[in-house]
Design a protein. Sequence first.
Length: 410
Amino acid sequence: MHASRHLGTERHRILIIGGGTAGISVAARLAQAGQKDVALLEPSTHHYYQPLWTLVGAGQARIEDTRRDEARYIPKGVTWLQDWAEEVDPVARVVGTRGGKRIGYDFLVVAPGIQLDWDKVKGLREALEQRPNVSSNYDVRYAPKTWEMLRGFQGGTALFTHPATPVKCAGAPQKAMYLAADHFRKRGLSDKSHVVFASAGKVLFAVKEFAAVLEQVVKRYGIDTRFQHDLTEVRGESNEAVFRRTKEDGSSEETVLPYDLLHVCPPQSAPDFIKRSPLAWQDGGTKGWVKARKHTLQHPDHPEVFALGDASDLPTSRTGAAIRKQAPVLVENLLAVMAGREPTATYDGYASCPLTTGYGKLLLAEFDYDGKPTPSIPFIDTLRERRDMWLLKKYGLPRLYWDLMLRGRA
């Protein structure tokens, strides 16, 4: 261990900010490559496999099955600094923590994940905490509540929202809705229920081949889609959701939708310390996200800094599947730069979004930077809903995640 300790400063050859999917995958690969003096900055004692929260919200998985101890996944030989990053100074090559530490680095990997901005929607937090008919699969506390809410539903308007910001797993708000609609159908409530999808977006899904399949799913369930509706307030007392609706001419108006059941996907952004840092864009459409070259993942202004995952400005979906392809590229390029070479490994923007379209049905959407479908499983038609893909999501992908991906082997 070469960390020099003076004035509360320690130094590491490689520092990774974030011990989520991205940070752990990178740490595991660096450990395998024989890198010594790698430190991981991560405050949480638990690590969650979040994709399964969709199934928790549909009564198909238990929340405790999605949780493991973080300590089990810190690779051997990697120093775990259990603290929050608060500031990054890429000129001095120092990260300041909430606990008052100053950690120096030679090379930095930025993977703090995404921040859920619950408070950007007025009244949302109160409604989640106090109302039995408002929930969100985006929080470990509320995914089980979603299932209770679906079971208690007797009919009326079931409203599902999608915000104007980028979000992790852009399909998740829809997945919750399709499973709910299927659950209502199974219980004979289809005629009594009105399922509404109010999304700030303009389309159902950005890749047209998959959007075409999802449009059929929407039709099958009789879902009422309202695009360019951005949720601004939840009035829990009166069961009303307030939206800013963008009209054809670009002007906007306030519109109120009543609901009997409400599932919210909160607005999301890069963590605050990232937004303030010189590593992030300070203007334009990518404001607040960490800069990273889209093929090599190297920071354009600071060559010793690399970024991946949900806080980066990479123009692809923020999913674990994307990170699975980003991590090996980042590690190969980081090792090249450490050895004084140019980074040559490239990431093509691959991401995948396994869209549950009903119980036992899943559409596996895989695509690259150009929005081209990029199926990874040979000999099967992934442009349709499949039962085998549902089983893959429920049983296969969690095992791939815990046993292979987080161990740097997939």
